[in-house]
Design a protein around this ligand. Structure first.
Ligand code: SRM
Ligand code: SF4
Length: 584
């Protein structure tokens, strides 16, 4: 199955120039080992030095410090309080109660924030793990069958899969494909096992093909893959490099339409960067899934831009070499031709909350978790909610599993009829079910941003709850109490909260300032357009007030906000030419 194309096949399509420093460090890393092991012993600093700072990402960790206290520590001539954030690998977002109890305990005992943070890519993060506890963290995960390999860095990341277990008989099979793709594309280096799990180093020679798919320099940039089951586009295909859209006949999975080249990040002021929807390459029978995944990855490996990291993702490779050229190369490498795409339709993205009975006769409870932050809160803003304790109590008795969604929520899945009442009671007692949560809150999402994200320009997670309070009041005033707008906030233009697929996307520009984008659709098939720049928080509210008043008064029957702003000419639709996507 492994590709024979370890050499660049078509050098003309390779970007010439001085390679980015990340290429040097990957090449010199001895397959992602670097000197992490030695660095771990150095207790003079709480951080990782030189290349190891970047290399730990491929092991699923980022070095961070609390930005709320950074200036104060600087004043006291102390180094920043370095710690790591860990992101687990959880293909399809499935985690069992034993695993939950282990991560719950680790978060309590060894993280400075004490929380489990559900992410927009169906996994969880620990924030604030100090150097002496890092190895224990990996060993704890390993003891319950979890790891964090390749959840960051220039590799294929956590593979997403539509999380609702009941909408379709295809879910189990789709989930199995997500797991197989994840395993197939994982780095093969033993670095993770050696460094964190104390396994012996196996001697290798130059001739050993250690990374047949990723290559010794790994990928030019991060790479993201999904398996999605229409009509629910809950995993937001257009944020991803490679998507397998499940196609069924008579309830049986027969294959996938393959979508390549999505991505949302951009840089303020750099017009060579832009969000881009994925292109449809066509249909493949399911038995070709791994071969196609491998061919897309190796084509991007060989043709992706290793000179400029800002233009290194698959979306830019496609635009540079041409989607048809890229597709033909994938077909050549896989020895498979795409056939015409089969028809399918995405109609929505959000999660459906509350209980549903599955096709398996079991019951599934989707819980709304604001910002994906699982923590016991007791503060003036959030009131008192024991979400983390509640989840622990549920995990102690739950016999099914948990499914993390790509919208930062959580499903208690596979509950028998006799356990339904007690699970619901525990969820209610601990604030995990709150019947008063509005449709607007359920349609809103934010990235982490301050205080842990080093790239944040503006608040996101801490801004969202109050913003939604105000938006709820505005919608009610404008006669839209039961309506909602897909509202997403990201603290910078990297777009982790997927604001660039929102009906209203707020993209952090500076403290308290956001660029406002309007006009994605309910299915997430459209990138929104810049409406106003550098809007402050009061400005955001007055814009939403004016726009929603017009929507209320002028909309056609059932017309969604994102469709309305385009029809009314408030913003133009971004159509196909993403190179012409203008942003500040
Ligand atoms: Fe992200 C970097 C958080 C989903 C695009 N992202 C970061 C870092 C690690 C900051 C850093 O590099 O030091 C953030 C850590 C914050 C913190 O303290 O936790 C961060 N990203 C997140 C999460 C946790 C947001 C959340 O609130 O859930 C999501 C974790 C996903 C996961 O479990 O793997 C997360 N990031 C995304 C998404 C959305 C998605 O994939 O569906 C995107 C946009 C889609 C895309 O890739 O185009 C995204 N994150 C980025 C980028 C820009 C990449 C690029 O193409 O240029 C960066 C910065 C970078 O890579 O240089 C980034
Ligand atoms: Fe950090 Fe920016 Fe991602 Fe938000 S969008 S988590 S601020 S990198």
């Amino acid at each position: 199955m492994s590709s024979n194309f370890t050499q660049v096949e078509n050098p003309v399509l390779v970007v010439e120039g001085k390679q980015a420093d990340n290429e040097r460090l990957k090449a010199e890393s001895d397959y992602l080992r670097g000197t992490i092991k030695e660095d771990l012993q150095d207790r003079m600093t709480g951080g990782f030095t030189s290349d190891n700072f970047q290399l730990i990402r491929t092991h699923g960790m980022y070095q961070q410090d609390d930005r709320d206290i950074r200036a104060e520590r600087q004043k006291q001539k102390l180094e920043p309080l370095h710690n790591v954030m860990l992101r687990a690998r959880l293909p399809g977002g499935i985690i069992n109660p034993t695993q939950w109890l282990a991560i719950d305990k680790f978060a309590d005992d060894y993280t400075s924030y004490g929380s489990i943070r559900l992410t927009t890519r169906q996994t969880f993060q620990f924030h604030g793990v100090l150097k002496p506890n890092i190895k224990l963290m990996h060993q704890t995960l390993n003891s319950v069958g979890l790891d964090s390999i390749a959840t960051a860095g220039d590799v294929n990341r956590n593979v997403l899969c539509t999380s609702n277990p009941v909408e379709s008989t295809l879910h189990q099979e789709a989930y199995e494909w997500a797991t197989k793709i994840s395993e197939h594309l994982l780095p093969k280096t033993r670095a993770y096992a050696e460094i964190w799990l104390d396994e012996e180093k196996v001697e290798t020679t130059e001739a050993d093909e250690i990374e047949p798919i990723l290559g010794s320099n790994y990928l030019p940039r991060k790479f993201k893959t999904t398996v999605v089951i229409p009509p629910n586009n809950d995993i937001d295909v257009h944020a991803n490099d490679l998507n397998f859209v499940a196609i069924s006949e008579g309830g049986e999975l027969i294959g996938f339409n393959v979508l390549v080249g999505g991505g949302l990040a951009m840089t303020h002021g750099d017009k060579a960067t832009y969000p881009r929807c994925a292109d449809d390459f066509g249909f493949i029978p399911k038995e070709h899934t791994l071969a196609i995944a491998e061919a897309v990855v190796t084509t991007q490996r060989d043709w992706g831009n290793r000179v400029n990291r800002k233009n290194a993702k698959t979306k830019y490779t496609l635009d540079r070499v041409g989607a048809d050229t890229f597709k033909a190369e994938v077909e050549r490498r896989a020895g498979i031709e795409f056939s015409e795409s089969r028809s399918y339709e995405f109609t929505h993205r959000g999660d459906s909350f509350g209980w549903v009975e599955g096709i398996d006769g079991k019951n599934h409870l989707t819980l709304f978790i604001e910002n994906g932050r699982i923590l016991d809160f007791n503060d003036a803003n959030s009131g008192s909610k024991a979400l983390k304790t509640g989840m622990r109590e549920i995990a102690k008795i739950h016999k099914g599993d948990f499914r993390l969604t790509a919208n930062q929520n959580l499903i208690v899945a596979g509950v028998s009829a006799e356990d339904k009442a007690i699970i619901e009671q525990l969820a209610r007692e601990h604030g995990l079910i709150n019947d008063g949560v509005s449709n607007q809150r359920k349609s809103s999402m934010a990235c982490v941003a301050f205080p842990t994200c080093p790239l944040a320009m503006a608040e996101a997670e801490r801004y969202l709850p109050g913003l939604v309070d105000d938006v709820e009041a505005i919608l009610e005033k404008n006669g839209l109490k039961d309506d909602s707008i897909i509202l997403r906030v990201t603290g910078c233009p990297n777009g982790c909260g997927r604001a660039m697929l929102a009906e209203i996307g707020l993209v952090g520009k500076g403290p308290g300032k956001y660029n406002m984008y309007l006009g994605s659709d309910l299915a997430g098939s459209r990138v929104p357009k810049l409406y106003k720049e550098n809007v402050d928080e009061a400005g955001v509210l007055s814009e939403i007030d004016a726009l929603s008043a017009r929507w209320s008064a002028e909309r056609n029957d059932g017309e969604a906000f994102g469709d309305f702003v385009i029809r009314a000419g408030i913003v133009e639709q971004v159509i196909v030419s993403f190179r012409d996507f203008h942003h500040a």
